[in-house]
Write a protein that binds this ligand. Structure first.
Ligand code: DC
Length: 225
């Protein structure tokens, strides 16, 4: 039997992971956070003091890296060479590492292969930047989730101040604009809306509205709720 797959792409801060996680829970599909995989990959180089600026150096070690995902008590755990790095990948340093390592074709090839293998064995909701365009070109449903830079910056600002962090809204906005530029202008698999993806602009929608719109689209594609 053919598996169902839902691809959710979009820029940083659009709410992809929150939405993808919830959709996966409702449908009892497996949630695959591909950004987390690039973060873990970058972490390997940071931990081993290997520069991420030189493609040849990066390529030399690609075969040494193993990345596995496991769902433990409803929580996705990520293992880098058998070590649990679920928490560590959320640091700013890991985020910068992911952004650097994700430009290299050899790294992307390995990640895409792994992601396609996961989707061939399970019903999945996968979020990232190249899921609808490269990883799952035949996905059952493709969503391009976005929101204005202002709204994304405000959401992140709220999230971080609630955690007690001392942050500046203008700095966050600048950071988001820079990340958008990098993601959309890199040579290999730049972020773009697949021609058959449905655009969902969440600028003036709340989380529940986004979820119910996507669930409706799932039903239209024959996925039972
Ligand atoms: O979504 P995130 O912030 O966890 O992603 C981390 C980095 O990985 C980000 O710079 C974009 C990159 N990425 C990618 O190139 N392709 C994906 N499918 C997912 C993430």
């Amino acid at each position: 039997m053919k598996n169902f797959s839902i691809a959710i792409d979009g820029p940083a801060g659009a709410g992809k992971s929150t939405v993808a996680k919830e959709i996966a829970k409702r449908l009892k599909f497996i949630y695959i956070d591909t950004g987390a995989m690039y973060r873990a990959f970058g972490l390997y180089y940071l931990k081993n003091n290997i520069s991420l600026d030189n493609e040849e150096d990066v390529n030399k070690y690609v075969s040494q890296v193993t990345i596995e995902m496991e769902n433990q008590a409803g929580e996705n755990k990520l293992f880098l060479n058998q070590e649990d790095v679920t928490k560590e990948i959320r640091t700013e340093e890991a985020s910068r590492g992911a952004s650097k390592v994700s430009v290299y074709p050899m790294v992307r090839e390995k990640m895409v292969e792994l992601q396609q293998e996961m989707a061939s064995k399970n019903n999945v909701v996968m979020d990232g930047r190249d899921i609808g365009t490269v990883v799952l070109p035949h996905a059952t449903l493709k969503i391009y989730l976005t929101a204005s830079v202002e709204v994304r910056a405000e959401r992140r600002y709220k999230e971080q101040t609630e955690k007690g962090m001392d942050v500046n809204l203008d700095d966050i906005k600048k950071d988001i604009e820079e990340r958008d530029y990098r993601d959309m202008h890199r040579e290999t698999s730049p972020l773009k809306q697949a021609s058959d993806a449905i655009l969902v602009d969440t600028s003036s929608m709340n989380k529940d509205e986004v979820i119910s719109e996507i669930l409706k689209l799932c039903q239209d594609r024959g996925i039972e709720l």
